[in-house]
Design a protein around this ligand. Structure first.
Ligand code: ACK
Length: 296
């Protein structure tokens, strides 16, 4: 009788989600607008901790599947949240709209940090290591979770600059994945998508090597503090470049970075043209733990 009503017949409410009243959240400011969702900073009268609330922008997804998309994100996040390096799902709001509630991360995204601050190397490699720990966790789950949108913007940092991987909007259960559409695989960031997904002759369901490739580009973002393919004028040309084997420019990786050889080799292995040549996240984690131990 206390059970919340579900207004959306297409969504089966998982009663194990903590349900949070949207009305009781005191919205403070907009943190950002994504492809189809807004993230707001808010306070809940019962909690000391500030929260971030992700709601879909109305009408952004056709055929009324909005709630299902966000609900599916929440289900994966609930499982993934058990990792120290994945953002925690605090709960969901059902009415008057579906929203995901998570802790507010004081230091924002890694993308913003790299853009604004010259982050010390030791901290950068600690973050890289923590990302590999979070990703190893996702790939070890049963059912296995693929993130499919790993990039600096989707890595959040708490008050102590510890990593929380976020934004599971494009994530997939590996077992249930469908073939990705080719030109822009379902909204993925073109700079971080592996070349095999641009091949119109291949019908590919995503696997864990998708995330490993993206991680290679992310390591390059961490090392260079720049955006990949900045001078390539449009996404079609980026696709063409990547398909023919081009990668982010290694000349931009500073030569004085500690453990430069290990890290450079790792990023290049991660973005190998042949998915079979890419390491697992467990191997990335081993390499980065060693780098981290030497630099911290
Ligand atoms: O780079 P940012 O400051 O960090 O801008 C983006 C924006 O919202 C759109 O995703 C920020 N953001 C997302 N989730 C959170 C969170 N839990 N805590 C703080 N900022 C967040 C992200």
């Amino acid at each position: 009788e206390d059970e919340p009503q579900n207004r959306y017949p297409s969504v089966t409410v998982d009663r194990r989600f903590p349900i949070i009243s949207y009305e009781r959240l005191e919205k403070q400011s907009i943190l950002g607008r994504g492809g189809f969702a807004d993230v707001m900073k808010a306070r809940h009268p019962d909690w000391r901790q500030e929260v971030a609330v992700k709601c879909l922008q109305a009408g952004k997804i056709e055929d009324g599947r909005e709630q299902e998309v966000l609900y599916s994100e929440a289900r994966k996040l609930k499982l993934a949240s058990k990792s120290d390096h994945v953002i925690t799902l605090l709960g969901v709001c059902l009415e008057p709209l579906f929203a995901i509630v998570m802790p507010y991360m004081e230091n924002g995204s890694l993308a913003r940090l790299l853009r604004d601050v010259d982050v010390p190397w030791a901290l950068r490699w600690r973050m890289a290591h923590e990302i590999s720990l979070g990703m190893t966790f996702l790939h070890c789950q049963d059912p296995q979770i693929l993130h499919c949108d790993l990039k600096a913007e989707n890595v959040l940092l708490d008050g102590d600059f510890h990593v929380k991987i976020s934004d599971f909007g494009l994530s997939k259960w590996k077992a249930g994945s469908r073939v990705l559409t080719k030109t822009s695989p379902e909204g993925c960031t073109v700079t971080h998508v592996p070349p095999e997904y641009f091949d119109i002759d291949l019908e590919l369901v995503p696997n864990e090597k998708f995330d490993v490739y993206s991680f290679g580009v992310l390591l390059w973002e961490i090392a260079t503090r720049t955006e990949p393919y900045k001078n390539v004028v449009n996404t079609a040309l980026i696709r063409l470049a990547v398909t023919t084997g081009q990668r982010p420019n290694m000349a931009l990786v500073p030569t004085d970075l500690p453990e430069v050889d290990t890290v450079s080799q790792l990023m290049q292995r991660c973005w190998s043209q042949d998915p079979e040549d890419r390491p697992s996240f467990q191997e990335c984690e081993d390499d980065l733990r060693a780098v981290n131990n030497k630099t911290s």
